[in-house]
Each structure stands twice: as structure tokens, then as C-alpha cells.
Design a protein. Structure first.
Lengths: 360, 319, 332
């Protein structure tokens, strides 16, 4: 009998050529083979996944590199550059009055003479200021101060905001109502005014032992910290309270309760870890805003105390000779811009990578 | 009937709802319900959204503080004081396998949490062994212990939730819509697992769901809720074949049956309108506004459950 | 048979995500005749909703039709520009969504939103448009339409909102109504009301309906023809009776075995093993083979082609080829 004729009996044979199949095709597949077809994806933790996303974001990577570079310079430059930020330049122990307002990478006459005599002199990378101080090292120290203030202020904000917000959010009800009204009142205080007033008052009240870091920073900066501690935490407190309120509604919190877990455990094990990403992100975004505030205050003259430089006070000092020496404004301004921009971009990158709400 | 494990007596759960500035009115989510569940038995609890079935499950486990009534477990009254101890006997499986597992915890920690809370394991090795044993019971691969919940599909996540509930060796589990968030092809896996666990471990379930076919499949008896009240309780087959309450009747007729000939041949009783808001509960029988048999008596007085023979309890004046 | 109203030919739709291309629809073809109720059934990730959205071209930003044609009365919609598509949407083809809670704008009244739909697609204006809105609300069984028109969406229940959505979809008497899981968010008794409404409106207005759902019960109740989808491909298609009583694809068979039914109440359900498909990591052969009990060597490596079982029934499963092959070898 012709094979083709038999196939015609089955309707399927009209549609495809059965002869191209062999018995082997229809051997049942083993479980192992089936499993290979549908494998579970690579194990990723929340952190790993977030980091992967962060490093895929070119802007965030650039910011990380930039911040890293700035930090490296800020940390190591004072070890390499032989000048101090308050040091007035001198050659062989004699004050060098000619080293005033030098342009970048130039030497004064005395220095040139010294070099010609076979001495070596470290170049003035950003030139010098009107008091014959090396400008590069001043900018480096200014950046240090800015970073320090940014970090310190953010930590103050974080601690106060987190404690206040988590208590308010977890307890809820009437406690929450009262605590949040206090926040509203603090929110309505004008912050700049508070800083100026406080610094005036604290100038009278506070006396630091000379030589301590706080004394070097001056009362203005201390009042800035106090204002940050008093006023700026409210944003963080609100944010954390909101987070906790929404996390509290999740079924896993109810599930923990149904297991028999006590409130302390629920906060520690379930609520805090779940708002951690939001806390980190907003702290990262808090740093540039603190740096900005400090620079602004220093620029208007109520920032760090001279001779301690900060980026804002350097920019302020540069205003006077702006037409002759524009680079003196440009350098600190560029550094502020770079720091604030890259920290902001990094904060955005962190949010895109870690905020669970933005997950697609 | 087997020995009684859980007895719920006149359970009431009201929530205060703000109307105006200082005035609150009670939202009667669960209004005076009573039933019993025997050892190793499944009671299905069905009703539409907002009928209070989820609230009932949670009140029984004291996740809310009940407004009134009492729950007896093995003859012992469940109170605020002994609830931590009771939670070793009574557990819950939640509806949403996505939000009921902490995204920052590994499977191991999720399943191990009840063990930690009740300090059931002497050391880390014992804890780990117990967790792996539980994972095997619910059909999870032991390799996955260190993974995070979000890496699993809905069905697997629900298995994790079940393993967590089983960790303390409970005698009673409230299952709150455990399959409704799952894909059709996965539902059967989970339903089968509930049935197998019952045979193996002898746990009793309160199986809350809106899908009547699923409830009928898994339950020995079924209670039907409407606006915070139980309107009918009967043996599952009895209820399915001979529903008495008009609400049960229309509910059964409205379920789409996956069989073209059967479903097209039967007569659908379409109810008029929507479920009234629990805040504007009708006087008398809560169902009377949508009931085609409603009489004057129904508006005046609320019917109570009465036995129509063979443990078939119905709350209706007309039928 | 009457002329085909909508023809989908070899439709491919992909989403381009951070994790790579997701081929949500992989070569779906079907024809829709006027006045037909076509059911597309599948679980999450089967591509059933994406197929519907592709017809309307209302995909998310990352989604794109990469291949294939959508022919409406013979014209290829994939070639149309945005403006032409806007005319098509609403006028020729309307869609209602799963969630009636979010598909209405909460800040406008019902009447306002409906009037907009009427004005956009018809030349009725002012009182004329209002009259049409009232007429539509009456059509979908809403009592006191004038009062309802002045209310905001939050004042209506889920079932009522879904009725409003249907009324809006019907504003210009479209040829096709796509219902994407129209009753999934609703209660059983409300679901019955809405299904009844869709059925009666379909009979009254003679439009074609594409019903996308995961609920086999709803499909059994409503549809003339059924398409079963899995992993972005069509597994099986045919009339309701053929699919339910003579399934020829292992997935359909498994699905029917795994759901509680009137006949298997006392029996244990037979579940489909495994986990739902990972669309980022599609198997090389048949999408269902990792979960299939009868998977064969050929299923692992080759995508089954769709074959005609009888004039009302087609399926894409190698098991059918195996049966034919064995019969042929026996006869030899």
C-alpha cells in the first residue's frame, strides 16, 4: 500500500508531510530536559539588583567618578601641596609680598629667583589670593569644609527626622496628630531669618576654646548646624512618617502580627528595613542642599569665620577683583556646581535604582 | 460531626467611621455571627466584597479587637492575654502573595520568623532543618531558601506563606482568599496542597473566598455571608444542590460554570442593584432590598438562623 | 459566511524593557466576523491583553508592534497614523477595561466625561449630546440617568461604573467592542449583571465583541468562538463546544482538568505542574513544554504549527502530529 494514500485518511496528513518525522521525535522528554527549558532567573538580592541598575545609569556613574575624584583631591592634596590654607607665602623665611594675586601656574619674582638658584617650588595651581596665600589649597580646604558641613548637617537631620517620624508614624492617632502639628509650625518659620538671628545671638553666648574645630568654624557655622537640627529635619520626619504609614498597611506587617510578633520586632525587622532605601536616597539628596545653604550663607558673609575658607566665602572674597582676576570666582563656583550637581544626580540615580515604587 | 475545635459565638466587629467633626457611627463589618469548626474540618466562608468575610477571619485571630462576642479554641476562651500563646495554634494565610511577604527578607527568614518569635528552635542548625522540612512539605526547592520573595511567582509565594503558617504546627488556619490572586493553572496546585496538608497534619481551615466553585471543592460545610451576617450554613453539597436562602440561590446561579452546555442551559437569577453600603444597612433583613420575595415582615425584623433539618441553617422569613 | 470585520495576521508585539526585549505576542492570527463574540482566554503573561491593545494601538510607551498586520475591513491599521487611529478608536472599535475604579477620571462628573466622548466622535452638540448621554445610560440599565449624570465616579459602585464605561464605549455604536477582563474586579452577582448586559447589547446592536478573560466560566457562558493563548501564541482555537468537550492541546486539556467544575467536586483536581511562563526567557520549542506532562523531544526544539482538527477547530500541539504519525505507521 502506498504510504501517501494512508496518510490521506487522517485529516492532518493533508496539512503536513508526516514522513519527515521519525519515531525519535515523539519520545517523551525527560523532566531534566523540560526543566532546562524554563529556568528561574539568576538570584539577585534587592541590593544587587539596585546596584546593577545604578551602574547602568551613565549619569549616576559619572557622578560617582566625579565625587570620588573630588574626594581624592580633597583628602590627599594637603599632603602633597606644601602650603597651608592660612599660610602667607614666604621664600627662605621672608614674606613674599610680590606673590599677590598671581595667575594660575605662575611664580612671583622672588620665587622665580629662588627657582633659578636651583631651589624647587611647588606650582600655584590656581594662583594666589590678595593676601599672598596659595589659592588651590584654599579651594581644597573650602571643599573639605563644604563636604563636612553637608555630611554633618544631613546626619543631624537624619537622626532627628528618623526618630521623630518613626514615632509619629508608628503610634499614629492622637500622638501623630500633635506631633505633625508641631512639624507644621516649624515648617512655617523662615529658615534664613532664623539662621541670621541665631548667629547674632550665639555670637554673644558661645565662646569656644581657641584651637578647637568649632572655634575655627566660627559661631555662624555652629548656628547653622543648630538651625539644621531645629528646622530642616521636618522634611525628613514627614517623609519617614509617610513611609511608615504606608508600610504599616502592608499585609506582611499584619502577617507578622498574626504570627505573634511584638511591635518592637515589627518596627525593627519589617518597617525600618523597608523604608531604608527612601531614607538613604533622601539623605543623599540632603547633602547637596546643605552644601548649597552653607555656600550661600558664606557668600552673604554669615558663614564660616576667616581665615577658614569655604567655597562660598572664597567666592565672596573674589567679588572685589572680579574684573582683573575672574578665575578666583570661577574656581570655587565650578567646584560648588560640580559637587552639588553630581550629588543630586547620584541621589536621583539612587532613587531610580532603589525606590521600589518606581519598579516596572 | 467531629469534635469541635473552634467555636465562634456572637462575634461582632464594628469600626468607627467619622461623619462630621466629632461624630462617629459604627460600621458593622461583622454583625453577630456564630459558627463552629470541627477538628480537621474545612468551613468555607463565601460572600461578595464588603460582606465582612475577611474581617471575620481577622477578628477570630484577634488581629482586630472584636467589639463583642467570643471565640473558643479547644474549649478555651481566646483573650488578649493568651493570644500570643494561641497564635501557636491558630494561623493565617493571606490573600495577596505579593504584599504579605516582606520584600527585604529571604525565604528562610520569612518561614523562620514564627520559629524565632516563639523561640521554637534551640539553635541555628535545628532552625535550618525545620525550615527545610517546611519547604519540602509545601513543595519548594530547598536551594531557594536564600532567595528573596520577589523572585518567585505568585503560586510559589503562596507556598511560602503557607509554610510560614505551618511553622508553629497550628491546628487551625484561616485562609483568606488564598487562591484568588493566582493564575487559573496554579490555583489547583494550591487547592490540592491545602487538601493534602489537611489529610497529613489534620489542620482545620476557615476557607474564605468569593469563588463558589473553589469553596465547594475544598469545604465540608459552607457559610454564606451578606452584609456582615451569616444568611445560610449547610453541608457543601446540600447547599449547592438545595440552597434555601434567596441570596444563596442567586449567588449559585450567577457563578459561571466552565461548561458551555451546563452554563447556557441553566436559569440565571440576576439580582437587581448593588450591595448596600454597610453604613446604610437596610432595616430588618439586610438582603431585603434586592430580594424578590421580600415581604413587610422582612423590613421590620431581622431573621435569625434556624435549622431546616440536617444542620442546614437559614436566616430567612419567607423560605 | 459574512465578510471578515477584523483580521489579525501574524501579529508580533514586543516590549523593550531594561531587562531586554519581551516578546509578549508571537505571531497571533485570527479573524473576527460581524456580530461574533470571540473569547481570548489565557493566564497572566499569555499575551491576551497585549493582543487587544495592539489592535487598538494603545500599548505602553515601551511596546511596539514589530511584525504583522491588523486589517479592519481590509485596511491595514498598522500603517495608519495617529490621527487616523484616533478616529478608529471609539468610532469603529471601543475598549472597556478591567478596573472600572481607575478608568474614569475622578474629577469630572459622569455626564461630563460621557458628553466628551459623544462630542468627540459624533456631530451632536449641546442639548443634543446630553440627550444622547441620557439615552446611552438608559441603554446600559442605569436608573435615573439625569441624576447620575451630575454625579462623580466615586459616588457609584464598581458595577455601576462598569456600566458607565460600557455606555461610553457604545457612544458611537462601534463595530467592535473589546472587553478586557470586564468583570474580574466585580462580584459574582454584579458580574452576572454585566455579562447579561454585554450579551443583550450585542444582540441589540449587532456589534462584534472580543472578550479577553482568564475565567473559563465566563468564556463558556458568553462566547461563540474561543482562542486559547499561552506564552504569546495561540494554542488552540475553535467553537466553545469544541474547546470544552474536545480539547486538542495539552494546555487546554490541563486547564480544564485543573479547575473545579460541577462534575469533579468530589475528585481531586489535577493541577498543571510548574510555574507560569517567564516571558524574558521563552523556551525554544513549544512555550508550554516545560509544564507539559506529555512533552516530547520534538516539543523542546520546535514550535508546533497550527493544524486543522476539523472545520471548527484548530490546535498547535505536537501530540496531534504524534497521533497522526502513529496511525499512519500502523496502517503501513
Amino acid at each position: 500500500m502506498n504510504a501517501n494514500e494512508t496518510f490521506k485518511k487522517n485529516p492532518l496528513s493533508l496539512q503536513l508531510d508526516l514522513s519527515k518525522f521519525s519515531q525519535e521525535s515523539f519520545i517523551p522528554a525527560t523532566d531534566e530536559e523540560k526543566r532546562q527549558q524554563g529556568v528561574m532567573g539568576e538570584s539577585t538580592t534587592f541590593f544587587k539588583d539596585g546596584m546593577r541598575k545604578l551602574f547602568k545609569n551613565p549619569l549616576a556613574v559619572m557622578s560617582i567618578i566625579l565625587i570620588g575624584l573630588i574626594l581624592l583631591v580633597v583628602i590627599f592634596a594637603p599632603m602633597i601641596v606644601p602650603y597651608k590654607y592660612e599660610e602667607i607665602l614666604s621664600v627662605n623665611g621672608v614674606r613674599d609680598k610680590g606673590a599677590k594675586n598671581l595667575a594660575p601656574f605662575t611664580y612671583s619674582e622672588k620665587e622665580q629667583e629662588f627657582i633659578n638658584n636651583g631651589g624647587s617650588r611647588f606650582p600655584h595651581i590656581f594662583g594666589t589670593d590678595e593676601q599672598c596665600r596659595d589659592y588651590f589649597i584654599r579651594v581644597v580646604y573650602g571643599t573639605r569644609i563644604s563636604f563636612f558641613i553637608g555630611l554633618f548637617a544631613s546626619i543631624i537631620v537624619l537622626i532627628i527626622g528618623m526618630l521623630y517620624g518613626s514615632i509619629s508614624g508608628y503610634l499614629g492617632g492622637k500622638v501623630d496628630l500633635v506631633m505633625m502639628r508641631i512639624v507644621d509650625i516649624i515648617y512655617s518659620l523662615p529658615d534664613m531669618l532664623m539662621i541670621i538671628l541665631l548667629s547674632v545671638v550665639l555670637n554673644e553666648v558661645l565662646k569656644f576654646s581657641s584651637g578647637s574645630l568649632l572655634a575655627k568654624l566660627g559661631t555662624n557655622m555652629v548656628s547653622l548646624f543648630i538651625v539644621f537640627g531645629l528646622l530642616y529635619w521636618v522634611g525628613m520626619a514627614r517623609l519617614i512618617r509617610g513611609q511608615i504609614l504606608s508600610i504599616k498597611e502592608n499585609e506582611y506587617v499584619l502577617a507578622a502580627k498574626s504570627i505573634g510578633a511584638r511591635p518592637g520586632r515589627i518596627i525593627k525587622k519589617h518597617i525600618l528595613p523597608n523604608c531604608l532605601s527612601v531614607i538613604i536616597i533622601s539623605t543623599a539628596l540632603q547633602i547637596p542642599s546643605a552644601i548649597f545653604t552653607e555656600s550661600f550663607l558664606s557668600f552673604v558673609g554669615i558663614g564660616v569665620k576667616a581665615p577658614m575658607p569655604s567655597l562660598g566665602s572664597l567666592a565672596n572674597a573674589a567679588r572685589e577683583g572680579l574684573q582683573s582676576y575672574p578665575y578666583k570666582l570661577i574656581f570655587p563656583a565650578i567646584v560648588i556646581c560640580l559637587i552639588v550637581l553630581s550629588l543630586n544626580l547620584l541621589g536621583d540615580g539612587l532613587r531610580d535604582a532603589f525606590d521600589p515604587k518606581l519598579k516596572r | 460531626m467531629s469534635e469541635t475545635l473552634v467555636e465562634v459565638r456572637n462575634l461582632k466587629q464594628y469600626f468607627p467611621v467619622k461623619v462630621g467633626i466629632a461624630k462617629t457611627i459604627p460600621l458593622k463589618a461583622v454583625d453577630d455571627i456564630s459558627f463552629t469548626i470541627g477538628k480537621g474540618e474545612t468551613l468555607g466562608l463565601v460572600g461578595e466584597s464588603g460582606c465582612g468575610k475577611t474581617t471575620a477571619g481577622r477578628s477570630i485571630l484577634r488581629l482586630y479587637k472584636p467589639t463583642g462576642g467570643e471565640v473558643l479554641f479547644n474549649g478555651e476562651l481566646v483573650t488578649e492575654k493568651n493570644i500570643t500563646h494561641m497564635r501557636k495554634k491558630m494561623q493565617m494565610v493571606f490573600q495577596d502573595p505579593y504584599s504579605s511577604l516582606d520584600p527585604r527578607m529571604t525565604v528562610e527568614d520569612i518561614i523562620g520568623e514564627p520559629l524565632d518569635v516563639h523561640k521554637l528552635c534551640a539553635n541555628r542548625k535545628e532552625r535550618r532543618e525545620r525550615i527545610l522540612e517546611l519547604m519540602e512539605i509545601v513543595g519548594l526547592n530547598a536551594e531557594h531558601a536564600t532567595r528573596y520573595a520577589h523572585e518567585f511567582s505568585g503560586g510559589q509565594r503562596q507556598r511560602i506563606g503557607i509554610a510560614r503558617a505551618l511553622a508553629v504546627n497550628p491546628e487551625f488556619i484561616v485562609c483568606d482568599e488564598p487562591v484568588s490572586a493566582l493564575d487559573v493553572s496554579i490555583q489547583a496546585q494550591v487547592i490540592n496542597m491545602f487538601e493534602e496538608l489537611q489529610q497529613k497534619l489534620g489542620v482545620a481551615y476557615l476557607f474564605i473566598a468569593h469563588d463558589l466553585l473553589v469553596v465547594h471543592h475544598i469545604s465540608k460545610r459552607i457559610a454564606v455571608m451578606y452584609l456582615g451576617k451569616i444568611v445560610e450554613i449547610a453541608d457543601a453539597d446540600e447547599l449547592n444542590d438545595y440552597p434555601i436562602h434567596p441570596y444563596t440561590e442567586s449567588l449559585l446561579s450567577a457563578v459561571p460554570i466552565p461548561d458551555p452546555d451546563v452554563t447556557r442551559a441553566r436559569h440565571r437569577i440576576i439580582l437587581e442593584g448593588d450591595v448596600p453600603s454597610p453604613l446604610k444597612r437596610p432595616s430588618g433583613c439586610p438582603f431585603r432590598t434586592r430580594c424578590r420575595y421580600a415581604t413587610e415582615q422582612c423590613a421590620e425584623e431581622c431573621p435569625t438562623l434556624s435549622d431546616r433539618g440536617g444542620d442546614h441553617l437559614v436566616a430567612c422569613w419567607v423560605k | 459566511m459574512s465578510e471578515t470585520l477584523l483580521g489579525v495576521q501574524n501579529l508580533h508585539t514586543s516590549f523593550f524593557t531594561d531587562n531586554g526585549e519581551v516578546q509578549a505576542v508571537n505571531g497571533v492570527s485570527f479573524d473576527l466576523n460581524p456580530g461574533e463574540i470571540l473569547g481570548i482566554v489565557g493566564e497572566s503573561g499569555s499575551g491576551k491583553s497585549v493582543t487587544a491593545y495592539s489592535i487598538m494601538q494603545i500599548l505602553a510607551d515601551t511596546g511596539r508592534i514589530t511584525e504583522g498586520k491588523v486589517l479592519f475591513k481590509g485596511e491595514d491599521l498598522t500603517k495608519w497614523n495617529d490621527k487616523q487611529m484616533q478616529g478608529f478608536r471609539g468610532k469603529n472599535c471601543s475598549i472597556i477595561f478591567q478596573d472600572p475604579m481607575t478608568s474614569l477620571n475622578p474629577v469630572f462628573t459622569i455626564g461630563n466625561q460621557m458628553r466628551e466622548a459623544v462630542i468627540l466622535h459624533t456631530d451632536r452638540r449641546g442639548a443634543d449630546a446630553d440627550a444622547r448621554v441620557k439615552e446611552l445610560l438608559e441603554l446600559v440599565g442605569i436608573n435615573e440617568p439625569e441624576k447620575r449624570m451630575k454625579q462623580y465616579p466615586f459616588e457609584h459602585s464598581g458595577g455601576m461604573r462598569q456600566r458607565v464605561m460600557i455606555a461610553m464605549a457604545l457612544a458611537c455604536e462601534p463595530d467592535i467592542l473589546i472587553a478586557d477582563e470586564p468583570t474580574t474586579a466585580l462580584d459574582v452577582t454584579i458580574q452576572a449583571q454585566i455579562l447579561e448586559l454585554i450579551q443583550s447589547l450585542q444582540r441589540k446592536m449587532g456589534m462584534a465583541v472580543i472578550l479577553v478573560t482568564h475565567d473559563l466560566g465566563v468564556i463558556a457562558d458568553m462566547c461563540d468562538n474561543i482562542i486559547v493563548m499561552y506564552g504569546g501564541r495561540v494554542c488552540e482555537r475553535g467553537t466553545a463546544r469544541e474547546i470544552f468537550y474536545n480539547p486538542k492541546h495539552e494546555y487546554t486539556k490541563g486547564l480544564l482538568r485543573s479547575i473545579p467544575n460541577v462534575n469533579n467536586m468530589k475528585k481531586k483536581l489535577i493541577p498543571i505542574a510548574g510555574t507560569p511562563i517567564n516571558m524574558l526567557n521563552l523556551p525554544k520549542g513549544c512555550a508550554f513544554c516545560p509544564r507539559c506532562d506529555s512533552a516530547m523531544k520534538i516539543c523542546l526544539s520546535e514550535i508546533p504549527q497550527e493544524l486543522t482538527i476539523n472545520e471548527n477547530h484548530k490546535a498547535a500541539c505536537w501530540m496531534n502530529v504524534k497521533a497522526a504519525y502513529e496511525e499512519a505507521s500502523r496502517n503501513e
